[in-house]
Design a protein around this ligand. Structure first.
Ligand code: UD1
Length: 418
């Protein structure tokens, strides 16, 4: 079992080129099976969730080539509509293949998806919407068998919660459906906009309206396209948190201001100075100790992202002040707290509320990651802690962070993987 060993308390200074967004590349790759010809996708992060998605694409009959951050997907010979359980279990977002398989093959057989243990992750909103479009779904023993007698038909779907995955699945199903689909209370995360931009390049007719309405006019086919994946805002926030706990000064390249606007005020209130320049880079200069005394509620976009809660919480553990977190998206998303306590943090959790009283210093210890962003929180805390922190459970970290130790070493951290 590999471990990340961090000798903390070192000031971080330097530049990092930000990777492409995990939550954008995964649905884009799944949508490629709907496009005739060769799609070329740039700025793809080399992370294990991308590997898992490529395995599914290959299993379905696509030819793929991943080199130097670019994935080429030729889906002219997609011939399977079944995804075996071992591939589905690798990640939650494998469910996104449901919409694209139905659109391409008219049927799909797959097991319920796996993913990080951050609470119950039902897919009822995905399935209800697809049923409204005419899909027949039989669910037994954890296997979904889905068939559409004829083309799916567009309809009005109102989501009771703006689920990211359900919105994406319904878009994928609606793009090649007959007629018009109107999704209200849709999720509007920037990664969904990136998927929509890609699909529109491929010939889809998708429009987003003020509020949370997405209208999709079905087309008869999609062609291939070339696309560059947007930068990863959660990875950006992770590195910003790392800078904040080390009195650091770092520059993030390949970023855009609009995608992290909900997080910038949090770092500014902590005393960090943030400057954007050349439209694609951000500099964050951090004080000797961050100051923090506020409430953070995780909310659907444009609210504060749930994925940023763990790394930002790690920052608040050593901040001067008391912070309160209310986790509204995944109520169980506090598994990192027990590990942060091992490092000397002062955190109390009751249901979806966590109260963090900042301590002057953390001290290194052995900790274990049990989900992706929880792993990121442990890295941030390890960088802050005095002495050696050893992190296991790196398979979670590797799901979403490309070359994390290389990047941290390049800005002055003492990190190694054994
Ligand atoms: C996506 C992101 C994940 C992020 C999350 C919330 C990807 C690959 N993953 O996950 O990083 O943390 O959005 O921003 O993009 N829900 C239901 N029924 C459903 C679907 C969801 O009750 O059918 C609930 C979930 O249990 C959860 C909430 O809705 O409590 C949000 O889930 P959702 O937005 O669907 O997240 P994911 O698409 O799984």
């Amino acid at each position: 079992m590999s471990e990340l060993i961090i000798e903390g308390s070192r000031r971080l200074e330097g530049e990092i080129k930000l990777q492409g967004a995990k939550n954008s590349i995964l649905p884009i790759l799944a949508s490629c099976i709907m496009c005739k010809g060769e799609c070329i996708i740039h700025n793809c992060p080399n992370i294990s969730d991308v590997d898992a998605t490529i395995k599914i694409l290959n299993h379905l009959g696509c030819k793929t080539n991943f080199e130097n951050g670019t994935i080429i997907i030729d889906s002219s010979e997609v011939f399977k509509s079944t995804i075996p359980e071992f591939l589905m279990r690798e990640m939650r977002s494998s469910i996104i293949f449901l919409g694209s398989l139905i659109s391409t093959m008219g049927s799909a057989k797959l097991s319920l998806p796996g993913g990080c243990e951050i609470g119950p992750r039902p897919i009822d909103l995905h399935l209800d919407g697809l049923r409204q479009m005419g899909l027949t779904i039989n669910e037994s023993h954890g296997i979904l068998k889905c068939t559409a007698k004829s083309k799916l038909r567009g309809c009005n779907i109102s989501l009771s919660f703006p689920s990211v995955g359900a919105t994406e699945n319904l878009i994928l199903a609606a793009v090649l459906a007959k007629g018009t689909t109107v999704i209200t209370n849709a999720a509007k995360e920037p990664e969904i906009m990136d998927l929509i931009n890609f699909l529109n390049k491929c010939g889809a007719k998708i429009k987003c309206f003020e509020g949370s309405t997405i209208i999709i006019n079905g087309v008869s086919s999609l062609h291939s396209a070339e696309h560059t994946v947007m930068p990863d805002r959660i990875v950006a926030i992770t590195y910003m948190s790392a800078a904040a706990v080390t009195a650091g000064s770092i520059i993030l390249r390949n970023i855009s201001e609009d995608i992290i606007s909900s997080a910038v005020p949090i770092f500014e209130e902590a005393g960090c100075i943030i400057k954007f320049s050349n439209s694609d880079s951000l500099k964050i200069d951090c004080p000797s100790r961050p100051y923090f005394n506020r409430l953070i509620r995780t909310m659907p976009y444009p609210g504060f992202p749930t994925d940023a809660q763990p790394p930002v919480m790690a920052m608040t553990t050593i901040a001067d002040g008391r912070s309160m977190f209310v986790e509204n998206i995944f109520p169980n998303r506090y598994k990192h707290v027990g590990e942060l306590l091992r490092l000397g943090a002062d955190i109390k959790v009751e249901d979806k509320v966590a109260i963090v009283d900042g301590v002057k210093r953390l001290s290194g210890a052995k900790v274990k990651a049990t989900d992706l962003r929880g792993a990121a929180a442990l890295v941030v805390a390890g960088l802050a802690a005095e002495g050696i922190t050893t992190i296991t459970g790196l398979n979670y970290l590797d799901r979403g962070y490309e070359k994390i130790e290389e990047n941290l070493i390049s800005i002055g951290a003492n990190v190694k993987r054994t």
